[in-house]
Design a binder for this molecule. Structure first.
Ligand code: ASP
Length: 280
């Protein structure tokens, strides 16, 4: 049983020690809760449970506390992939919901598994997800001050390997911040979130860069073809270099390898293998 989570990038971490500590504490607590949950649940159930905890924490750019698009609205994207069945589900740019990852969980049982915008919202309401406004005072202030979105990354993700040897990955985001309304993030695509029986990967960073290299699907394919998880990640990251791609990943392989890497500093993550480990 293994679990790894991320809270996206955090460029302020070098200067703002208090927020860094708060993120470390939040990630340690959430990864520990997720690991405990994994003892009695599948990898698929656990990644949803864990990402919902991250969405509920205002420190991260997913669910409550998500960043605001250029028209003043928050639109959430989240996806889920079951490594065992290789089913992918997700919502793209859904408004006024609390936990988009749970809508992805409901959708994974459907034939039509990725919904966007109004359709996703209608589906959520029809399936008992209540109205929720995820805008926090902090995000509204940032929006009004038109802060540069590159300082505020904090997408969340989780990869789990359960006691039956099954893998799952989940990723959830509020997007880049100040983007053109309805811009599509990598997070609810197979570029940003992918799992099969060999490996699971969740990405963060600049969605356009991650999509250009099909990062999550590419790493998982390499592991499937015999690469170690580390080599698959490292090789895929060299392919981001020609265009200075900005990305970070967490992953677990079916062999039990656990790894994170990033192209730029300050990705925040935590893992629970035998021991708890948190970024420092
Ligand atoms: N990948 C997300 C996006 O481009 C942002 C992030 O990971 O911080 O929407």
């Amino acid at each position: 049983m293994k679990l790894i989570i991320h809270g996206g990038f955090f460029s302020e971490s070098s200067t703002n020690q208090e927020t860094k500590k708060a993120k470390q504490n939040a990630l340690s607590e959430i990864v520990s809760l997720g690991h405990e949950y994994l003892k009695t649940h599948t990898a698929l159930e656990t990644v949803v449970y864990t990402v919902a905890l991250l969405e509920d924490n205002e420190l991260f750019n997913a669910g409550i506390g998500s960043q605001i698009q250029s028209d003043g609205k928050v639109r959430l994207s989240a996806s889920l992939m079951d490594g065992k069945t290789e089913k992918f589900s997700g919502v793209i740019n859904v408004e006024n919901v609390k936990n988009p990852i749970q809508i992805a969980q409901t959708l994974i049982t459907y034939d039509d598994r990725v919904l966007s915008g109004e359709g996703a919202q209608n589906f959520a309401r029809a399936n008992g997800f209540d109205y929720f406004d995820p805008i926090t005072t902090q995000r509204q202030t940032e929006y009004e001050a038109k802060l540069n979105q590159k300082n505020n990354k904090g997408t969340v993700g989780c990869v789990a390997l359960d006691s039956d040897g099954n893998l799952a990955a989940a990723t959830s985001t509020g997007g880049k911040g100040f983007e053109i309304p309805c811009r599509v993030s990598d997070s609810a695509t197979v570029a940003g979130n992918y799992a099969n029986p060999f490996a699971g990967i969740s990405c963060t960073g600049v969605g356009e860069d991650i999509t250009s290299t099909a990062l999550a699907a590419k790493i998982v394919t390499r592991v499937t073809d015999g690469f170690s998880l580390k080599d698959a990640c490292d090789k895929s990251f060299t392919e981001l270099k020609p265009y200075d791609g900005f990305a970070g990943v967490i992953g677990i392989s079916a062999k039990g390898e656990i790894y994170h890497c990033d192209s730029h500093p300050y990705m925040v993550w935590a893992s629970f293998d035998v021991n708890l480990q948190v970024f420092s």
